[in-house]
Design a protein around this ligand. Structure first.
Ligand code: HEC
Ligand code: HEC
Length: 398
């Protein structure tokens, strides 16, 4: 090679490495990222987490089992970056799922599969039927929620409002599918029902049930444990094996808690006090504790999700006309508020809050509360401007 050519190559290499430095975006700050494993996992647990991460991201097509009817092609397409979903990917459920069963099973209920692989017709919403529209929640920190004991959840419930604060949280008593093994601390009611804890009305018992249903109803993927096709309603060959299913569940159990920001800033500290004074924490309970867990890092830990994991009457404005288990049409499980201020990062810079994403800001979400939250919301509305901004600032830093 001539010296001239060598010189040109060196010049090219230098300029391209310079150009890379210019273009390469700096990575997001650690404190701004939702996904990532909880600390203190063993190295074997980290490996499982990474495998589950890949399964969560896997996009299916008709060759790998997608459909024939489906809503989305991967878990991640709705739970983008493990954060909240976007209105483009809302789920629709219709009919009624209650003690008498779902009345529109023959029309494809409970979930509307509005997409189909070639050669099949997607479902359409039957007219004149009540339906609910749900936006995907964030999946971070769920291992902690999963590890709270049934007894602790039940202790928080106050179905008859015995303490007279106007707030009567209840649990959703549900039936569980055959493939779900009850937790070791399981509590059953006199009808043999179990306490649901995942989903916006707590209709899923555990992360395995939630995940199996998601594979099946959202993507048309039959998992080895469920083995019933949502399309044909018949037993079917599994399209993902148990190993993959368990890895996905393990991933969800071991996603870290969203990091709080600026917790010591004066306005944030004052905002938190105003949140407590307004009675928000009667439902958005700051601290919970886990019981024993097969994952050591999750055993007997305090954590700060800002939820009581209970269903509350949220008033007519939020009534979706849809029941699940013993949850009423106007009842919703208090959503955790951790990561609230980070949600625009997975929603294209916008907020889409409440069960269907109708609230475009935190303040709008607060003002939509009714039912049991009425008193607390009028406390919020009565704050002066400066205090209201402090309370919102506290929430933006969760
Ligand atoms: C079409 C969009 C969509 C897809 C695809 C999807 N989800 Fe979801 N996910 C949702 C919605 C909407 C909810 C709330 C459902 C409810 O309240 O019953 C939800 C709820 C959940 C929850 C409960 C979270 C909580 O706080 O209670 C978990 C866990 C979850 N999904 C995991 C998964 C996994 C794992 C997959 C892939 C196998 C998946 N999801 C695929 C939309 C989706
Ligand atoms: C009676 C229980 C209760 C009280 C009191 C309450 N909330 Fe809520 N909150 C809920 C429930 C349940 C939802 C979900 C409703 C839905 O999705 O339609 C919710 C949703 C929210 C959301 C939206 C979260 C999201 O991810 O979409 C915010 C923000 C919020 N609450 C803040 C507050 C603040 C601030 C207060 C006090 C001024 C408060 N809440 C008082 C039960 C309560």
């Amino acid at each position: 090679m001539s010296t001239k050519n060598t010189f040109i190559i060196i010049l090219f290499l230098l300029s391209s490495s310079f150009a890379c430095k210019q273009i390469e975006p700096s990575g997001p700050e650690e404190e701004n990222i939702l996904n990532g494993p909880i600390e203190e996992l063993t190295s074997a647990e980290r490996i499982l987490h990474l495998k589950g991460d890949a399964a969560f991201a896997q996009s299916f097509n008709s060759e790998t089992g997608l459909g024939p009817l489906f809503v989305a092609t991967s878990c991640q397409s709705c739970h983008s970056s493990d954060g909240k979903g976007h209105p483009f990917t809302t789920l629709i459920r219709f009919g009624q799922w209650d003690s008498t069963g779902n009345h529109y099973i023959d029309k494809g209920a409970p979930q509307l599969q509005n997409r189909a692989i070639p050669g099949y017709l997607p479902e359409e919403l039957p007219t004149g039927i009540s339906y609910t529209k749900l936006i995907a929640p964030a999946v971070t920190g769920l291992g902690y929620i999963d590890a709270v004991s049934d007894a602790d959840i039940l202790n928080l419930a106050d179905p008859n409002d015995a303490n007279g604060d106007g707030i009567s949280g209840v649990v959703n008593w549900i039936s569980i599918p055959n493939y779900v093994i009850p937790r070791t601390d399981a509590i059953q009611n006199t009808n043999g029902k179990y306490i649901g804890r995942f989903g916006k009305k707590s209709a899923a018992y555990d992360l395995l049930m939630q995940t199996s249903l998601a594979y099946n109803q959202d993507m048309g993927i039959v998992s080895a444990n469920e083995a019933i096709d949502t399309y044909t309603k018949l037993e079917s060959e599994p399209e993902i094996n148990l190993q993959t299913l368990f890895e996905t569940v393990f991933y969800l159990r071991t996603l870290k808690v969203p990091p709080v920001r600026n917790a010591d800033e004066k306005e944030v500290v004052e905002g938190k006090q105003l949140f407590m004074n307004a009675g928000c924490a009667s439902c958005h309970k700051q601290e919970l504790k886990t019981g024993n867990s097969s994952i050591e890092a999750l055993s007997n830990k305090s954590f700060f999700p800002y939820t009581d994991m209970l269903l509350h009457d949220m008033g007519n404005g939020l009534d979706d006309g849809y029941t699940e288990g013993s949850a009423k049409t106007y009842e919703w499980r208090t959503p955790a508020l951790w990561g609230l201020g980070l949600t625009p990062k997975s929603q294209g810079g916008n907020y889409f809050l409440m069960h269907d994403g109708r609230a475009k800001s935190i303040q709008e979400a607060i003002l939509l509360h009714g039912g049991e939250a009425t008193k607390s919301i009028s406390n919020f509305s009565n704050l002066n401007d400066a205090d209201r901004l402090k309370l919102l600032k506290f929430l933006e830093n969760l």
